[in-house]
Design a protein around this ligand. Structure first.
Ligand SMILES: [Zn+2]
Length: 68
């Protein structure tokens, strides 16, 4: 797995943070997103390819340029 849930949201401090998964959305991914385990980033990597998503405020971060 990835680094799991080591991260906190840099914006609101929430620990309700999930990894962003890119690629074609599968049934499994949709299920995981509903369960609050991942965030679906879409088929193509946007901007710098943020890695983490805050379920509380919707902030995305952790792209290539800003590893926390
Ligand atoms: Zn947040």
């Amino acid at each position: 797995m990835l680094e799991d849930k080591l991260s906190r949201c840099p914006k609101c401090g929430s620990e309700n943070v999930v990894p962003i998964v890119y690629g074609r959305t599968t049934f499994e991914m949709a299920k995981q997103e509903k369960a609050g385990e991942i965030h679906i980033g879409g088929e193509s990597i946007e901007n710098d390819g943020s890695k983490w998503y805050c379920n509380d405020c919707g902030y995305k971060w952790g792209g290539k340029s800003s590893l926390l």
